[in-house]
Write a protein that binds this ligand. Structure first.
Ligand code: SF4
Length: 387
């Protein structure tokens, strides 16, 4: 009997396919978005994503407990009343059993579990927690688990989910309450979403001895007039105050049969620039005010934000590579943390006087630096033939 349930669940999972296409979960969100070609026969490959997880690269079962939902977020394929969506639901036992089978067969090593909301957030979250509990307690699986947090759940549920998972997602969807109201009228920005991220950080602080999940969030970009300034301001607050591991920016893509079906898709290049800017805030300790926003509150899409900043600030005041502090070196376009360490090591050994030397120590495109640096007091000569 148990075998029959597992085989039916596996077959349903395969038919459900890549239902979490719009929910990035790893460190290379762009690769996750590549829709796999439709095949004649269903198989599991559509619901298995190769993710860069905090525990390294892993094939992860990325799926939902139910594709039914009682909420009506305007952009969502699973919104209540959308007749084109096939609704499928799994019990915690069935989902955990299917995961166990796939994991033992070495087809997956990790779980990302999301869900539509049925009978309220609290009931739905209980089912997600029950699934993870079975996998951890009965199946004794110690690998990677990423759980979605439903809006407005109870504090104790959040704490339990954080004990079971490596990572939790609380998707804010929009950077302000007013924008969220236009995207998802039944979601409440502060009480149901922001508060969850604040609680998660409080739980980590209150239980420093426990191994608890890190938090991530996602924004839907470009459907309701959100600006890059709004998105970056909220991201900055989240990194600083809720210690988010990362923020995902998902370009809006219209779904037929939803109120937003006629809106244009948002620019993928904008999404890319948002990721670049977000990393400047998270990894390079930039302040939001330093990002080169235009008057309309958006970043240019035609240029890397670090380079746009450098064009404004470094062209007339280049950084002296031989004497600059680590933080100053990090401001140079084309130089990341590894590049800075290479420069610091190399200049202890002797003067860096031309771009070819930067190439030799591992700076990939030294010609990009030419306008922004001095090498031992002199503007570097462009020596294209060397590269
Ligand atoms: S609550 Fe989630 S699944 Fe339901 S409509 Fe909104 S985004 Fe979609």
């Amino acid at each position: 009997m148990a075998g029959k349930i597992v085989s039916e669940t596996l077959s349903k999972l395969a038919r459900m396919g890549d239902v979490t296409l719009y929910e990035p979960a790893g460190d290379s969100p762009h690769n996750e978005r590549v829709r796999r070609k439709r095949k004649q026969e269903f198989n599991f490959s559509d619901c298995i994503a190769n993710l860069q997880t905090p525990r390294g690269p892993k094939p992860v079962l990325k799926t939902m407990l139910t594709t039914a939902c009682e909420r009506n977020c305007h952009y969502c394929v699973f919104r209540a009343g959308r007749t084109k969506t096939k609704r499928m639901t799994f019990s915690p036992d069935a989902m955990a059993g299917a995961f166990d089978t796939l994991q033992r067969a070495k087809q997956v090593d990790g779980l990302f579990l999301s869900s539509g909301i049925i009978k309220g957030s609290v009931t739905t979250q209980d089912k997600i927690i029950d699934t993870a509990d079975i996998i951890r307690s009965k199946q004794r699986y110690r690998g990677y688990i990423h759980l979605k947090i439903m809006p407005g759940i109870e504090y104790d549920q959040l704490y339990r989910a954080m004990q079971l998972a490596d990572r939790i997602s609380v998707n804010l969807e929009a950077p302000t309450s007013a924008r969220l109201h236009k995207l998802a009228p039944k979601k409440i920005f502060v009480q149901e979403l922001l508060c969850m991220l604040q609680w998660a950080e409080q739980i980590r602080r209150d239980h420093p001895q426990e191994r608890l999940a890190s938090s991530v969030t996602q924004f839907v970009v470009g459907a309701v007039g959100d600006t890059d300034l709004e998105l970056m301001s909220m991201s900055d607050k989240l990194y600083a105050q809720a210690r988010l591991a990362r923020v995902y920016y998902s370009s809006f893509s219209p779904v037929p049969g939803t109120p937003f079906e006629d809106l244009p898709a948002s620019d993928l290049l904008r999404e890319f620039r948002l990721y670049q800017s977000s990393f400047l805030l998270r990894d390079y300790q930039w302040d939001v005010e330093e990002l080169p926003f235009q008057r309309d509150g958006n970043l240019r899409t035609d240029i890397d934000p670090k380079q746009a900043w450098a064009d404004e600030h470094l062209v007339h005041a280049p950084i002296e590579i031989m004497r600059a502090e680590r933080e100053e070196l990090l401001r140079i376009p084309g130089v990341g943390r590894i590049g800075v360490e290479a420069i610091l090591r190399a200049r202890r050994r002797g003067a860096l006087r031309d771009l070819a030397q930067l190439k030799q120590i591992g700076i990939r495109s030294p010609q990009k630096l030419a306008n922004y640096v001095l090498l031992d007091g002199a503007q570097p000569a462009r020596q294209n033939r060397l590269f």
